[in-house]
Design a protein around this ligand. Structure first.
Ligand SMILES: Cc1cc2nc3c(=O)[nH]c(=O)nc-3n(C[C@H](O)[C@H](O)[C@H](O)COP(=O)(O)O)c2cc1C
Length: 325
């Protein structure tokens, strides 16, 4: 399948693995890129720029195909060493960066000077237009369904994607709620040039997370996610568990008086315990509503092959047949 996204990034299939904290290690990124998609290493999971440089080297040892690095700009008390991470990306020869969380304008000149293609992930048409205006090469449009941070506008992809198509000139991929060939064909129909998946890629054999995490996704239905941190305007969609229910109780009790410190026990620094140790009630972790469509733990290659075969059959047979009578 050729789209503006496969052309832009030099990949075989229009499927991107979004940056994921404590999931987006070289192992998963290389598996996705080897299967013809675009794998992405998550910079901030690496404690230092040196560690990121090492992770980039490790990924390059596992794949000859293009891969990218995610740079997330989230509200953090101590600002990470972004210049250092960007240096590691440039010196590591990475040519694709996924930015997210905040406007990447400040970093665009140095990224563009290094010949890096930037895809910015955002949750609204106005932010997508801003990304286009500051020189991003593509946008990942993240609907309300998505795992992680869906923003505060609550517009689902059936509206958000065609709205993006009405306004954008740069190519965009659909993100949030994407799981299979049906998602891909629907995304293309709504104007996207491919899709970005998070949650679906966690439930794969190569995802370097504890088996409990994969099984929790398989067991979950589309009703099992919750929105946390709404009162802080830092909304995150997570899989429900006892820590999340406790967090939501605090939000209800404290109302607009809620501060980050009140819920730090449930959200700060919990990822290693969940993703590495498999302590599923240790805190809140991002997960999309798409969990309801995830029923197995295939290899990344099996997953991507299946998506592309289903997409082709949907286009050629199901949709084609509707026109042929
Ligand atoms: C466990 C997890 C961690 C994530 N961490 C990040 C992150 O650090 N930076 C980022 O830009 N997006 C992050 N995301 C969002 C994904 O890259 C992607 O946009 C999102 O998962 C798409 O929605 P989906 O889960 O419905 O496929 C994360 C998602 C999950 C599920």
């Amino acid at each position: 399948m050729r789209t503006r996204i496969t052309e832009l990034f030099g990949i075989r299939h229009p499927i991107i693995q979004g940056g994921m904290h404590y999931v987006g290690f070289a192992d998963l990124a290389a598996a996705v890129s080897n299967a013809g998609g675009l794998g992405i290493i998550t910079a901030l999971t690496q404690r230092t720029p040196e560690a990121l440089a090492n992770e980039i080297r490790r990924c390059r040892e596992m794949t000859d195909a293009p891969f990218g690095v995610n740079l997330t700009f989230l509200p953090a008390l101590a600002q990470p060493d972004y210049p250092g991470y960007i240096r590691a990306i440039i010196e590591g020869g990475v040519k694709i960066v996924e930015t997210a969380g905040n406007n990447p304008q400040k970093w665009m000149p140095v990224l563009k000077e290094a010949g890096i293609k930037v895809i910015h992930k955002c949750t609204s048409v106005r932010h997508a237009l801003k990304a286009e205006a500051i020189g991003c090469d593509a946008v990942s449009v993240d609907g309300f369904e998505c795992g992680g941070h869906p923003g505060e506008d609550d517009v689902p992809n059936f509206i958000l994607l065609p709205r993006a198509a009405e306004e954008l000139r740069v190519p965009f991929v659909a993100s949030g709620g994407m799981a299979d060939g049906r998602s891909l064909v629907a995304a293309l129909a709504l104007g996207a040039e491919g899709m970005n998946m998070g949650t679906r890629f966690i439930a794969t054999r190569e995802a370097p997370v504890h088996e409990n995490v994969k099984q929790a996704i398989v067991a979950a239905s589309e009703l099992d996610t919750r929105l946390v941190m709404r009162p802080l305007r830092n909304t995150e969609r997570v899989l429900t568990n006892t820590a999340v229910e406790r967090l939501l109780d605090k939000e209800r009790q404290l109302g607009s008086a809620l501060r980050f410190e009140d819920i730090a026990a449930e959200v700060a620094g919990v990822y290693p315990r969940i993703m590495k140790e498999g302590e599923m009630d240790a805190g809140a972790w991002s997960c999309g509503m798409v969990a309801g469509l995830i029923h197995d733990v295939p290899t990344v290659q099996e997953l991507i092959d299946r998506i592309m075969a289903q997409a082709e059959s949907l286009i050629r047979q199901r949709l084609g047949a509707m026109l042929e009578q």
